[in-house]
Design a protein. Structure first.
Length: 568
């Protein structure tokens, strides 16, 4: 098969080679939007493509030779050049090392960041060949052993070759020297690379009396990595603070910082927060990988009916649209997705946030700075003088902010903001508790979108199962309701780190205010009455929306029960 495949997508190449149909490609793309996996691996998992067909196609696309690792003898020089930890993190196998050129096998030949990182780390030329994912994993196990000690190898290297890093010190010059030691730089880089590869949203560095823990938050759940020696706490913390341009000598007060790092050929935004504890500074790094975030209403998980209503609401000329839910449930992503859809040249959009999460072209974005008294209310006051059409307020935290937001909506602006409440109807009573008059809520608020995030079943190990009576009871389901439906769960595999889940999807309830609800608000009716009227008007609750995701095979009953426990 000939042709210039280098700049074509893998889907188009597979179609041109006659390996898949358009229908199969479309199904694979639908799965990719939810799971975030590589399209080729999804098509293999669906049975539309063999792993051999995929890796031969990847070789054609990247113009690289394909290689069979099964019976290949790898020279000792190549294996000694690449530590096991690097091989596992980058998912590569060294094949040869001659004349300052290292040849590797990879299943992701178009990820040029791999070649850039290895070239920088080992100061040599890098040449690539293509192998199947399964053969690479088998070769790594064969030549490097099991994966459990991937980061421990680095700790062992530090303990043996850099004992000064294990020493406590209070002198600033010694702390700076610790933070600049090559083994520590290498360790931090490996931790970041592994976090990105595993899709972690946060990295926690936690000191305790007898141990020092590093944990990743994956799909909303914290998991242990390998715990480093307690004595490395100071060196690791100092290095992180140096990278974020923080004061490494200040250990008594909390600090916040930001850093941009290049990993795998793309820029990753890292937000760092330190907190003094009785056993040393605790550090949390928020990972913002913009390449994995798709800011579109189509990618949030909204059902078609809810999505259609949202598209009508965000085109209104004025009013307030609120997103509600706990911290980390995707409120900001939902707001950005809505703004991205209405971000047109004829529309001026200004946001005030703490901090600015994503840089959206065409938006004027303001970050609050309390230290110089640039607060939400002050920023809002001046934003109104900038002649905006649409305003986004990162979060409504106090009465003054909500009053300014209502004033903006009543003077002809569409306002987006977020609020911390458990469901959509509760947002009404929360605003009243904050001192807002019911008639102002009834006049200004157009809609409230409550949401949660549920973990998605891993596509690579999804299997059908029969729910237990306890699960049915907790979700209010009967056997008659599920008799014609298939339920799934993940059994756990390497792709999902044994959890059975990979990625997350939103569940939503959209409360749109109509005349009946506005009258109830004016009468200061309880939340139960507001909820009953909203359901009568067609509002789908969080639990019911979650059940739709369960029945469509996207998540599990267990996950739905966990996230919506105590909520009907």
């Amino acid at each position: 098969m000939s042709g210039n495949f280098r700049f074509k997508t893998i889907g188009d190449i597979l179609k041109e080679r006659g390996l898949i149909s358009q229908k199969e490609l479309d199904e694979g793309l639908d799965h990719q939007r939810v799971s975030g996996l590589h399209l080729g691996q999804i098509l293999v998992n669906l049975g539309y493509l063999s792993e051999e067909e995929l890796f031969h196609t990847l070789g054609i696309q990247a113009k690289m030779e394909t290689v069979d690792l099964e019976d290949m003898v790898i020279p000792r020089a190549a294996l000694e050049k690449i530590p096991g930890s690097i091989a596992r993190i980058y998912n590569i196998v060294p094949l040869s090392y001659e004349f300052n050129t290292l040849t590797i096998a990879t299943s992701d030949p178009l990820n040029f960041g791999i070649f850039d990182d290895l070239r920088f780390m080992f100061n040599c030329n890098i040449k690539g060949k293509v192998a199947t994912q399964s053969s690479i994993l088998n070769a790594i196990r064969k030549h490097y052993g099991t994966e459990a000690n991937s980061v421990e190898e680095i700790f062992s290297e530090i303990s043996q070759n850099a004992p000064d890093l294990m020493e406590e010190t209070e002198k600033i010059e010694n702390i700076e020297e610790l933070a600049s030691q090559l083994p520590i730089i290498k360790l931090i880089n490996l931790i970041f690379i592994q976090a990105i590869k595993k899709r972690a949203s946060d990295i926690h560095f936690e000191p305790f009396q007898e141990e020092f823990k590093i944990r990743y938050r994956l799909d909303g759940v914290l998991y242990d990595v390998v715990n480093p020696p307690k004595a490395l706490h100071l060196a690791i913390t100092s290095r992180l603070k140096v990278m974020a341009n923080l004061n490494i000598a200040e250990t008594r007060l909390p600090q916040d910082g930001r850093m941009l790092v290049k990993i795998g050929g793309r820029m990753i935004d890292l937000r760092l927060s330190t907190l003094p504890t009785i056993f040393g500074e605790s550090v949390v790094v928020r990972v913002l990988d913009k390449a994995t975030v798709r800011l579109s209403l189509d990618d949030l998980g909204l059902e078609d009916d809810t999505k259609a209503k949202m598209r009508v609401l965000i085109k209104k000329p004025y009013g307030i649209i609120l997103s509600t839910g706990p911290t980390g449930c995707g409120k900001t992503t939902a707001q950005y997705s809505a703004l991205n859809e209405i971000n047109k040249i004829e529309c001026k959009i200004i946001s005030v946030e703490d901090p600015v999460e994503f840089d959206l072209p065409g938006l004027i974005q303001v970050s609050v700075r309390p230290k110089i008294n640039l607060t939400f209310p002050l920023a809002l006051r001046h934003i109104l003088r900038q002649d905006p059409d649409i305003i986004m307020v990162g979060e409504i935290r106090d009465a003054e902010t909500v009053q300014m937001a209502i004033h903006a909506s009543l003077t002809g602006h569409l306002v987006f903001s977020t609020l911390h409440t458990n469901d959509a109807p509760s947002a009404i009573t929360r605003l009243i508790d904050m001192g807002v008059e019911p008639f102002l809520i009834a006049s200004a608020v157009e809609a409230i979108l409550a949401q949660r995030l549920l973990r998605c079943i891993c596509e690579a190990c999804r299997q059908e199962y029969v729910p237990s009576p306890k699960e049915l009871k907790e979700t209010g389901l009967t056997h008659s309701r599920i008799k014609d439906k298939k339920l799934f769960k993940g059994r756990g595999c390497e792709n999902c780190n044994g959890t059975g889940y990979h990625g997350r999807i939103g569940i939503f309830e959209l409360l749109v205010l109509d005349e009946d609800l506005r009258f109830l608000i004016l009468d200061k009716s309880p939340v139960s009455a507001l909820r009953a009227q909203a359901i009568k008007n067609g509002m789908v609750t969080l639990r019911e929306d979650g059940l739709k995701k369960v029945f469509s095979g996207k998540t599990t009953l267990e996950e739905l029960i966990s996230i919506t426990s105590g909520y009907v």
